[in-house]
Design a protein around this ligand. Sequence first.
Ligand SMILES: Nc1nc2c(c(=O)[nH]1)N[C@H]1C(S)=C(S)[C@@H](COP(=O)(O)OP(=O)(O)OC[C@H]3O[C@@H](n4cnc5c(N)ncnc54)[C@H](O)[C@@H]3O)O[C@H]1N2
Ligand code: MOO
Length: 402
Amino acid sequence: MKKIDLNPIDHVLSVVRTAFDNNVCGTACIGLEEASNRILADDLISDAFVPEFPKSTVDGYAVKFNKKPCQCTLVGKVDMGEALDIELKENTCVYVPTGGVIPKGADTMVMIEDTCMLTPTVVQFNKGADHRAFIIEIGDDMKPGQLVLKKGTRLKPQHIGVLASLGKQRVQVLKKPKICLISTGDELITLDERLSYGQSREINGYTLTAIAEEMGLEVVNRCVLKDDYALIKAEIELALKMADLVVISGGSSVGEKDYTYDLLCETASEGVLISGMAIKPGKPTLVAKHLNKPIIGLPGHPVSAIVVFKLIVGEIMKTWGHEVKKDHKVMVKLTKDIYAAEGRDTYQMMSFEETAEGILAHPTSGKSGMITLLSQSDGYVIIPRSPGVIKKEMVVEGYYLD
Ligand SMILES: Nc1nc2c(c(=O)[nH]1)N[C@H]1C(S)=C(S)[C@@H](COP(=O)(O)OP(=O)(O)OC[C@H]3O[C@@H](n4cnc5c(N)ncnc54)[C@H](O)[C@@H]3O)O[C@H]1N2
Ligand code: MOO
């Protein structure tokens, strides 16, 4: 008889890291406009001084530093994007707009508001200035040779700004790993079909697509299949040709028509690496390897499928060099005793109440076959299988659901 082992989560993740440490997806050179959320393939080392000139951060007058109020003769005006061919002397000043080039000889900017024009050529400085005030010096932002972005960074707007600042029109990023999602179950119907008694609408294809895309995967195919061994086998074989990663949901348990384990034994060249995990929800989790490609069997229950997908596919993505957003961690105080399922680290869903004294965590109830267990919870607390309980009033780590 098929058996579901209780492999500790850490062991499962370590097997995953070792088995899939070879990222076969490669890199691509893309335009900066498409780079948002992509993963930088190489360290970015600055090849320039940014800025290349001392730059004013205010509209005002460039002067030689003087601590006390004084008067200066206005000897010129800087136009944006141009340098003024002048060397400033004592008691002279030049008008410089915000972003303008500080002229030679000047070392301090004074804002217009701290001055008044006595005559068209004489400026009164009402107070002293701080030496080098309101100036971005040459290379303050970046210097040649400086490591400005690390390989593996998920490119956020500020990172794209760094690339733009260095004049990089294109950037080398990791290719999005391709994934195929196969949902299985005789009872499943697609959203355009009429629901009959005993049937359920297919959910996992939708939720897992959303998570996969957020993680930086490209969903290349998604299908809903009946529990038909030959049909699912053909689909897995096709998926292995199309994708870097194949995920099957449903049929991972030990029931009569739960074929995933046998299918993975038959199709995966390296066999099944993990059959079962000490987690609730998610016990009947399968991990197999075909050449360098992972094939994951997820439990069909919608909550279990989401929890396990995030854990296992998230680990594969990290192993392949992708930065994966973590669920935001906070410290929470429990309002009730909570218990783990026997022998399994348990993801207890929670509603979080933010109070002046900190965040209170109230357990939410529901089964892993109920999608609203997640949609009506703010986050979760992980109860370790040993000792298997967290007592009321204890302050522990909680995680917001992303
Ligand atoms: N004798 C045992 N039975 C079960 C065990 C066990 O240890 N011994 N484990 C239970 C646990 S825990 C889970 S989780 C489930 C997982 O079962 P399967 O992966 O085989 O999933 P199915 O039986 O195919 O489906 C379970 C449930 O989920 C619904 N489902 C499936 N796919 C989808 C989908 N794409 N969208 C929406 N809903 C889906 C399906 O209709 C069933 O209701 O096994 C327990 N049983
Ligand atoms: O592991 Mo199942 O996912 O407990 O419902």
